[in-house]
Ligand binder design. Sequence first.
Ligand SMILES: CC(C)(COP(=O)(O)OP(=O)(O)OC[C@H]1O[C@@H](n2cnc3c(N)ncnc32)[C@H](O)[C@@H]1OP(=O)(O)O)[C@@H](O)C(=O)NCCC(=O)NCCS
Length: 184
Amino acid sequence: MKQSLINITDKISIAHFTEENITREYLSWLSDTEICKYSRNGLYMYNKAAALKWYEELEFDKTIVYAIYYGKAQLHIGNCAIDQIDWIGNSAEIGFLIGNKKFWGKRIATEVGKKLIEICHKRMGLHKVWLGCARGNIGMQHAARNMGMQFECSLKYEMLVDGMYQDVIRYSIFNPSKEIYKND
Ligand SMILES: CC(C)(COP(=O)(O)OP(=O)(O)OC[C@H]1O[C@@H](n2cnc3c(N)ncnc32)[C@H](O)[C@@H]1OP(=O)(O)O)[C@@H](O)C(=O)NCCC(=O)NCCS
């Protein structure tokens, strides 16, 4: 059953990811070395059993996964997630996988990311939203800046990309209605 849609633009929408989204095409994204170059997915064999296990083990208080749909036909073109939700520190990570490569560079991550940030800040009341990506993942860094995020720090040689370690670049954005910071 399709979950209730959140419309983002006239073409892009998201809905909670379900087992029905685990199709042959979805599994092909997670075995594609170009798509997985900057994520951990490409590091091991991925199949339906692994995807179902991942889905069953999701902790819904810490991770919300959405499928991204495009157009009237509601084509499933990728996923996005609010992850590592920290209800004590009031922060969360956002992440993206545009699996259908025809849609890269069309501002899908940018538009979806703005909506995830709004959900985190307004609906969930979180004060900080962040993302981390490999230094070589230029597209993700452009999209992060398009979402209004700012460079926060880099973590030295945290991610293995094509057999070499790369820095992880962290971007973040703070909730304008929760400016209660003091560093002492
Ligand atoms: C990274 C990813 C999420 C970006 O999504 P997207 O929908 O293509 O991103 P957007 O179109 O919103 O923004 C990307 C911008 O960077 C640009 N860009 C992409 N790759 C680039 C590159 N190698 N060099 C320069 N610019 C690049 C795009 O043209 C676009 O430009 P704009 O800001 O002028 O519009 C998508 O490519 C993807 O899912 N990749 C595979 C999985 C992945 O790497 N996920 C992130 C893991 S941290």
